[in-house]
Design a protein around this ligand. Structure first.
Ligand code: G4P
Length: 286
């Protein structure tokens, strides 16, 4: 898998941009893709964000396996974060996020009230790798689609803040935090879910990865989607890919069959799915 987007210079720049803006916010909304919650994180996120209170926002829950999403939510809560699963694309408003933030920051808000601030507000920053849905989340969070200029103490002039409600403001994502294709499986997962551009990966590798995954993890869904019988399902993934290629009239152009598997996975032809579970992380935790 190409390592093209991971340049130390890019990372350092993005990291500085994020850390500079972190000073301005009370909490961080880290957006990830529910189908690949870990693969879709920047691996330096914990170092970058540090101790700043964080809500793990598992977006695109409509595309993910609900049981596995529940496992991930429990996992992140155990790690000390707040966690919520959402479908930003189909939600009208995302009031749950400000509500959860206020609940998480209750102690701070109470303290401010006791100091005479009548309606204390919270400021958040939305971060995540490209394509996890940050813009969609922001759009669903803001009340009016206007950017307000902060002129309160501690807020840099001309800083763009989006108003979610009277007491919740969100800062647009600063800098781009790329994922790192540290191992091939991370690249395969990101490619299969459409997080990385088609030019970056080899369709035959990713398609075979997908077919193997669905054959093992969601056999009924695969069987139904492609009208497969027991004999088909008993084949090794590579042989099944060859058989599918022939069935679809692509002959020996196996990459076309692989591309079709990728397309179908992204379109939801196999139903909702999740490519990783917290147990996969054993021994790999940050
Ligand atoms: P980014 O700012 O983090 O880069 O992501 P962005 O909001 O642009 O979202 C990336 C893609 O993911 C978009 O699709 C968006 O519609 C989709 N998306 C965001 N949230 C959700 C969700 O909760 N569920 C589903 N199913 N999709 C979501 P796109 O193909 O790039 O554009 P389009 O198809 O919306 O035109």
């Amino acid at each position: 898998m190409a390592q093209i987007q991971w340049f130390p210079g890019h990372m350092a720049k993005a990291r500085n941009q994020v850390q500079e803006k972190l000073k301005l916010v009370d909490l961080v909304l880290e957006i990830v893709d529910s189908r690949v919650p870990e693969a879709s994180r920047n691996p330096m996120m914990n170092q970058i964000v540090g101790q700043k209170p964080r809500i793990m926002v598992l977006n695109k829950k409509d595309l993910a396996d609900p049981q596995k999403t529940a496992e991930w939510l429990a996992y992140y809560r155990k790690q000390g974060y707040e966690a919520i699963a959402i479908d930003a694309q189909h939600a009208r408003r995302l009031q749950q996020i400000p509500q959860l933030a206020r609940q998480m920051m209750k102690a701070k808000l109470e303290k401010q009230k006791s100091r005479g601030i009548r309606n204390p507000g919270l400021r958040a920053m939305c971060i995540g790798i490209p394509n996890v849905g940050k813009s969609t989340v922001l759009n669903r969070l803001v009340k009016k689609n206007i950017a307000v200029t902060g002129n309160r103490p501690g807020v840099t002039k001309n800083q763009q803040w989006l108003t979610a409600d009277d007491t919740f403001q969100v800062l647009d994502t600063p800098g781009i935090l790329w994922p790192k294709f540290e191992d091939e499986s991370v690249g395969n997962k990101l490619a299969l879910t459409g997080a990385i551009a088609d030019t970056v990966y080899q369709a035959d590798t990713v398609g075979l990865f997908g077919l193997t995954f669905f054959q093992q993890g969601y056999p009924q869904a695969l069987r139904k989607a492609y009208g497969l019988n027991d004999d088909d399902m008993a084949q090794k993934p590579a042989d099944l890919m060859i058989a599918l290629s022939q069935k679809w009239g692509y002959g020996e152009e196996y990459n076309r069959a692989a591309e079709r598997v990728i397309f179908d996975a992204r379109q939801g032809k196999f139903g909702p799915f999740t490519l990783e579970v917290p147990g996969d992380l054993d021994g790999h935790a940050e």
